[in-house]
Design a protein around this ligand. Structure first.
Ligand code: AVJ
Length: 322
């Protein structure tokens, strides 16, 4: 239960600055402009996301926790005994602990996380609550092929845990590619336990991404503040607005940062021009019907073996197998 080698100095918490600069310059040169959603999650963005999860409109976290509260026992039964649990994300959270409490003779728990500091914190916390569970943290980007650590004893199978509807951030094609990669990593007898947000009244979905307290707006605009902090751009935050609309045809929230007026911004050596109302696309949050998600899984060579959902069908936790 030691850390995988992966430079764990504090400087490694953030991607190299030139990568952030390159990504920003590249995305702002596209037509239409586009920046990747991973740029949300610096330290302040991660703290703002935690606050989003506590907003009354953001039903996702509450619903998933309620599902785990009610079904963690039967989920553990479906996963079976002697499982190696691999989580995509650092997972010190409540959902992970609820699941670990119910697992039957787990072989090991492998949190996969790109940022060393959150990974270290989650491992420290889990070691306290689960002193006899072998922890094998893996510092890596889960969207790339993983080399899983050798388990302390032979597992009956490997289960990949991917909670939080993070799969919703990937467009359909990319989501299928990621699920296909996960299918390879779990092996023949393995499975994927995944949290999937469901289609529902568009007004409820839109409210979840436009909370009254303005936390989501602050989270979105923090992307520009982060660029100012890290690469010395000069975005004037009051000159931009958060906009999140549900696109019912595509079944997804589309989040943009909109320029309130015509303006120019320095990004590295470049001058980036914005027209009034010009938008930077920053995030998709895809929503699925149970049928939609079964079809997506099928494209990745996977079958839905079990679905846990609430009576309102707000959210689902699904178990996928080959
Ligand atoms: C963490 C990707 C599931 O899309 O609902 C929350 C991120 N963005 N509010 C989501 C997010 C705006 C969240 N995920």
């Amino acid at each position: 239960s030691s850390m995988q080698p992966c430079g764990v100095s504090d400087d490694d918490r953030r991607p190299p600055l030139n990568e952030v600069l390159e990504v920003a310059q590249h995305g702002l040169a596209l037509k239409p402009k586009r920046l990747p959603s991973w740029l949300f999650y610096d330290e302040q963005g991660s703290a703002l996301f935690e606050q989003i999860c506590e907003q009354p409109e953001y039903y996702l976290t509450r619903c998933e926790i309620a599902l785990m509260d009610e079904h963690a026992g039967s989920i553990a039964d479906v996963l079976g005994s002697d499982v190696r649990l691999v989580e995509y994300g650092s997972g010190s959270g409540l959902k992970t602990r609820m699941l670990l409490r119910h697992l039957h003779r787990p072989v090991s728990y492998v949190p996969v996380e790109i940022s060393p500091e959150p990974l270290r914190q989650s491992v420290a916390r889990l070691a306290q609550e689960f002193p006899s569970l072998p922890l094998q943290p893996l510092c890596a980007d889960f969207s790339k092929p993983l080399r899983l650590p050798i388990p302390p004893r032979a597992p009956r199978h490997t289960v990949l845990y991917f909670p939080g509807s993070t799969i919703g951030n990937f467009e359909n094609h990319d989501a299928a590619v990621l699920l296909r990669k996960m299918r390879n990593e779990m092996g023949d007898a393995g499975g994927i336990l995944i949290g999937v947000d469901l289609k529902k009244d568009p007004a409820l979905i839109e409210a979840a991404y436009n909370d009254r307290a303005g936390v989501t707006a602050a989270f979105t605009l923090n992307m520009l503040a982060r660029l100012n902090r890290e690469i010395g751009s000069n975005f004037e935050l009051s000159g931009f607005a958060h906009r999140a609309h549900y696109n019912p045809m595509a079944g997804r929230i589309e989040t943009h940062i909109v320029s309130r007026h015509e303006q120019q911004v320095k990004v590295g050596r470049n001058n980036v021009s914005f027209r009034a109302d010009e938008a930077i696309h920053v995030e998709y949050s895809c929503k699925y019907s149970l049928e939609d998600f079964a079809a997506l899984a099928a494209r990745a060579g996977l079958a839905v073996q079990h679905v846990w959902t609430d009576p309102e069908r707000m959210f689902s936790v699904q178990f996928l197998v080959r």
